[in-house]
Structure formats: C-alpha cells, structure tokens
Write a protein that binds this ligand. Sequence first.
Ligand code: GTP
Length: 332
Amino acid sequence: MRAVVLVGGFGTRLRPLTRSRPKPLLPVVHRPMLERCISGLVSAGVDEVILALGFRPDTFERAFPDGRIDGVRLRYAVEPEPLDTAGAVRFAASQAGVNERLLVLNGDVLTDLDVGRLIELHERSAGRATIHLTEVDDPSRFGVVPIDDTNRVEAFVEKPPAETAPSRWINAGTYVFEPEVVSAIPAGRPVSMEREVFPQLVEDGHLYALQDDSYWIDAGTPQAYLEASLDLIDGTRDEEPAVHDTATVHHDATVRRSVISRDATVSAGASVLDSVVLDGAQVGPGATISGSIIGPRGRIGAAASLTHLCVTGDDAQIAEGAAHAGERLPEP
Ligand code: GTP
C-alpha cells in the first residue's frame, strides 16, 4: 500500500523554530517528527510514502539522503504553489501515478493508531473514504465528526463553539481513500479537505469513521510540541532516554522531565525543567529553563531565565541574567 504524507505547510504556529526547517523535520526526542509518523505505517503494509512538499523541499532530501525511513521508500512531490490539504493529495497522487486505494496522513500528527484497524473498517463498511477520529476535551478548535451506529459520518462541523458541539470526536488526520475520491478532487488549485472534500462525501453518504482513542497529538503548536516530546520520556506514551548520548549535563545541574538533544550542554548550577533543549544548544551556568523550548544552537547566558513556554529560534543568543516569560525569541 502507498501513503501520501502532508508535509508542505509553513508551520507558522511553531515559529521561530520553523523559520528554516519544516515542522515535520523538528526532532521529537532525538528523531524527526516525520520518522515517528512513518514508522507506525510499516506494520500496516505501507511500503512507499509520497511526501507532499511545499515549504523547503530541499530540507527533506537532505534529511533522508538514502530515500528511506524504516525501510519505507520515499518519493517527493513538490507543489508549484501551496494547494492546501486536499489539493496536495491530488497533486502528489498524480505525480506518483497512484490509481489504487491510498492512505493519507498529516505529517504533524503523532499517534499510536493501528492503521490496520482503520483499513479493516474501511473494507467492512465499503465506503469510499474512512477517517480516524480521536476524542478531545475541547473540540472547538477542530472539525467535529458525529457518526451513526454503522460508523457512517453524519456531518462535518468545523470548529463549533464548545457548548454546541455535537460530539467530542474530532478528525484526527489519518484517512483511507478509494481512488475515485482522489480523482474527484479538482486539480491545479487549492482545495481544503475539511471544507470541500469531506462535506461533499458526507452529503453523498460515502464517508465512514473509526473512533479510536489510542495516543494522539497534533504537534503543531509550541504547547503541543512540548507535550508530544515530554509524553515520550515520562511514561505517558513511552519511556525513551531523555538525554542524548552526545549531550553533556554537568553533575551539578538539575534536569527534570526534559529532553536534552544531540550535542547540547547544560552547565553547572543550571536547571532545566519540563523543557526541550534542541541540538547543540548551550544552557549557561545557573540559568533556568522551565516549560520552554530552546532551539538548535541557542546560547543561553549565565543566570538567564526562560519560563512559561518561551520558544527560542535557531542560534538565538540570550544575554546573561536576562529574564523572559512566554516569549518567542526572536518574535516571528
Ligand atoms: P500552521 O501554519 O501553523 O497552521 O501549520 P501548517 O499549515 O504547516 O499545518 P496544518 O496543521 O495547518 O496542516 C496540516 C498538515 O498539512 C501539515 O502536516 C502541513 O504540513 C500540511 N499542509 C498544510 N497545507 C499544505 C499545502 O498547501 N500543501 C501541502 N503539501 N501540505 C500542506
């Protein structure tokens, strides 16, 4: 089976981290988000992934020079202009000559969904498209999807106010499409999956959905990116080594529930709490990093303090003794 993974967005909500690097290439505990997204597909029989690219396609080819992730072959489809979520699927499928059933994924979703279950329901219901739904506390930022007792989707309600939401099950960003769904997407212009393709499929009675509450997170905001990283080290989802082998943490520093990435350094007397320190960043003596993300190669001066979801960009320099809370440095 082949899959299209959508990775062409600008990732504006994660700036400045995504200024020079697309969101799916940001590491989540020492591995690019995209690798974590694709490695879960191997057991479902996916052997080729077509990356739907827009922003900085060059960075993907450089990140995966042998054109493979966990044995899955990569192909690249570079859009001449952003075609939005459905337009990008149409474009990528045509470029790769896909005429068969297709799996589609958002490249910024991390989930333990068993894709085999989604395909099983798709076959059982004989619909044209089947999508994964996950349950959230506050559905008002998402597309809410009520279903009937045959799993047929009854409506697609974009961003309903919390009190009027028909359910708390939302579109989770993994889809199985029959070829006629892809060929019905208009070619050559931006088309939205949520606003055009799904509402039409619902109207025609062809859209089905699997409610599945396996681990799921859309890592598209600083808060969610931090959560996705910490969930992998604190046992919420898994328990992976939080401090990379090549990182240096002084014996007199405190590191609690935090990721210290490749070649990063935490100096004497510094504290890093509930945070992510990315590749090659240096946390100076006595500095405090709390609930924040330090971008690659940042230099955090001695006794500086970054708290309450600060996000620093690549090579950011924070002066000795500076105090920042909830800021993007530099402002995007
Ligand atoms: P923000 O700018 O922060 O909203 O992020 P985004 O647009 O990069 O991501 P969003 O969560 O809105 O989109 C979901 C997925 O679709 C992400 O994996 C994006 O990379 C991808 N995506 C969004 N728009 C496009 C597009 O026009 N073309 C392609 N190929 N992918 C897209």
